[in-house]
Write a protein that binds this ligand. Structure first.
Ligand SMILES: [Fe+2]
Ligand SMILES: [Fe+2]
Length: 133
């Protein structure tokens, strides 16, 4: 069930790769906390950390895009914003009644999105940044 970073998800920029790995670790902590049916408070802590980390990470990518006039900046940033919005609603659902949100939801709404986004959208950005930074 755990999300695993592998070399084929590398975007070729060390700073971004390390943040992706850290993101995966945090998502795994969340899945584990939920699987072990840890208390709401503990799960809430992991979710808050994940939310902050996601925002930090998107900020890093967006800074690079702005600095090097990335042509797809607007659409890439929009995808990030959508994810944050969806993540916040997931967080609210969890806070409202953790029992209705299963690990399957996390898998679908967080894990699948991350893998798809990194493997497609971030990789294109990574290719663009190579040789520039
Ligand atoms: Fe990313
Ligand atoms: Fe991204």
């Amino acid at each position: 069930m755990a999300i695993k970073w592998s070399q084929d998800l590398s975007v070729g920029v060390n700073e971004i790769d390390s943040q992706h790995k850290e993101l995966f670790e945090t998502v795994n902590n969340l899945i584990e906390a939920m699987a072990k049916a840890k208390g709401k408070e503990e799960i809430g802590k992991v979710i808050s950390f994940l939310e902050k980390y996601v925002v930090t990470h998107f900020g890093t990518e967006e800074r690079y895009m702005a600095k090097f006039n990335y042509p797809d900046y607007a659409s890439h940033k929009e995808m990030h914003s959508q994810f944050v919005k969806d993540f916040i609603s997931l967080k609210k659902e969890l806070e409202a009644g953790a029992s209705t949100i299963s690990i399957i939801h996390i898998q679908r709404r967080v894990v699948d999105w991350l893998i798809n986004h990194i493997g497609k959208v971030d990789k294109v950005l990574g290719g663009f940044l190579q040789g520039k930074i």
